[in-house]
Design a protein around this ligand. Structure first.
Ligand SMILES: Cc1ncc(COP(=O)(O)O)c(C=O)c1O
Length: 469
């Protein structure tokens, strides 16, 4: 009824009891349906008042044209991600810009004082240990804490299943080094986090991009066809609150993905860096939680939830444990010890669960507000994802808008955005951009409005009305 316009944005929808009577279903059924509609941000609860239709948002992105991908020949691509990504990364380091380009957390939501206090205290407490190598697999205390937390993701891991890494990037790098050789083909959900494309390039890997649906994640149907036709060495997916699309793969799809890969005996590298950041409800499960054969190499870090600069990540590489340890030793011997000690202490006594509740709520609000601002500022026809966790938004603009040109214009105004082109080896996302909603606030709203006006210009429909005029 919302889609048909029976209920319009801002209007109150029937109460749970009313609808339960009207449809002759139980109150719990209506409640569950309303939770689902809330998650998709179609309705919102207002305390002591009821449920209302959310402010109007642009349409979500279209489903990818799986039909076309399903019939095309599978041609793994060589990756040439170099120059542009490096330039964009350099901009992202520039504190003078409004940083919508990098998927970094809001510095105001990093528990910096507490973490840094723990860093100092733990380094004093473990004076000798803190300055020596934390030889792989790394701090036992930290690995123990990680296994306790991961119970929520359906994984029963032992500390000895985990290896501490320098961020999730190194975790994925080690996983790739452990199972792939130069020239091998890797299947990945597309679009894909652009840093990974650089990693693939540096390892001489070829990439087969499997389309991702904005609701279900990687297309298992296309992947199955590809597995039958092309030798694929490994598969990589960002399963929960994917970067850039924000998708959380439904459990049924996760299970099917693992069953399919098992059939072809292909290892899965699962990046779960955003798994702790659902906007509501339970932490989602990981594909790893169904893995009884050690096929999944689960990678994550505390870069989105605690502090990216601490560089504390980890991998649970299943049956590839020894190979990953070997790669870790030759790559960096060990990861920095003091930050491992500090994160272990934060997980033990720092109120991590409470911290997560606070940042999830903040990111949920920021993502909704930024999507709303995009809806007002960007050209008609712009579509935007409805993430249910994490903090990135993916925009599909009219095809006439070249996201690289938009990136250049925004850069001149001191704003960074991530152009869609860098998320793929193809030019399929040339009209898309990713925005970091973590840094959206009333202070940076102007930057969304400015980029929206630039997009209007590039779309050829003239500058939009400035809302402040
Ligand atoms: C999906 C995904 N994986 C990995 C990373 C890198 O994480 P880290 O800083 O822990 O290396 C990022 C950071 O943006 C990411 O979005």
């Amino acid at each position: 009824m919302v889609a048909k316009g029976t209920y319009t944005p801002g209007e109150r929808v029937p109460s749970i009891r009313q609808l339960s009577r009207q449809l002759r279903v139980s109150v719990n059924t209506v409640k569950a349906a309303y939770v689902h509609l809330e998650d998709r941000r179609i309705i919102e609860a207002r305390p002591q008042s009821g449920y209302y239709v959310c402010p109007s948002l642009p349409e979500p992105p279209r489903e990818p044209d799986i039909g076309a991908s399903g019939t095309a020949a599978f041609n793994p691509a060589e990756v040439d991600a170099g120059g542009l990504v490096m330039r964009i990364m350099a901009d992202v380091m520039d504190p003078g810009r409004v940083q919508f380009g990098a998927a970094v957390p809001d510095p105001a939501l990093i528990p910096a004082e507490k973490l840094n206090r723990m860093l100092a205290a733990e380094s004093r407490r473990f004076r000798e240990e803190s300055t020596g190598y934390a030889m792989p697999p790394g701090s036992l205390r930290l690995r123990t804490q990680i296994t306790r937390r991961m119970v929520r993701s359906g994984c029963t891991l032992r500390p000895d299943d985990i290896i501490i890494t320098t961020g999730a990037t190194e975790a994925v790098f080690l996983a790739l080094r452990a199972v792939c050789s130069p020239g091998d083909t890797l299947a990945v959900g597309s679009p894909i986090h652009f840093n990974f494309l650089q990693l693939f390039q540096s390892l001489g890997l070829r990439v087969l991009e499997i389309p991702s649906s904005p609701t279900d994640g990687i297309s298992i149907e296309v992947l199955e066809k590809a597995l039958r036709e092309v030798p694929i060495r490994a598969c990589l997916v960002i399963s929960n609150f994917n970067n850039p699309l924000g998708i959380c793969m439904p459990d049924e799809r996760k299970r099917r993905l693992l069953a399919l890969l098992a059939r072809f005996d292909v290892p899965l590298i699962e990046d779960d860096i955003n798994g702790d950041l659902p906007f509501s409800g339970r932490r989602p499960l990981t594909v790893k939680s169904w893995d009884t054969a050690g096929r999944v190499m689960l990678c994550a870090s505390f870069s989105k939830t605690l502090a990216p600069g601490y560089r504390v990540g980890w991998i649970a590489p299943g049956r590839h444990f020894e190979a990953v340890i070997r790669q870790k030793l030759v790559t960096s011997i060990a990861s920095a010890t003091p930050t491992q000690l500090a994160v272990a202490e934060f997980l033990t006594s720092g109120g991590y669960a409470r911290h997560l509740r606070a940042i999830r709520k903040a990111y949920r609000a920021k993502t909704a507000q930024m999507a709303d601002a995009v809806g007002r500022a960007f050209p008609p026809g712009t579509r935007v994802t409805r993430p249910t966790g994490g903090f990135t938004l993916w925009l599909e603009m009219p095809r006439t808008v070249d996201s690289l040109a938009l990136y250049g214009l925004a850069r001149e105004q001191g704003i960074t955005i991530a152009p869609g082109r860098i998320f793929s080896t193809t030019d399929r996302f040339g009209h898309c951009i990713r925005l970091n909603a973590a840094l959206f606030s009333e202070k940076t709203r102007w930057a969304v409005e400015a980029v929206g006006r630039m997009a209007h210009q590039l779309a050829g429909d003239g500058p939009a009305q400035d809302s402040t005029d």
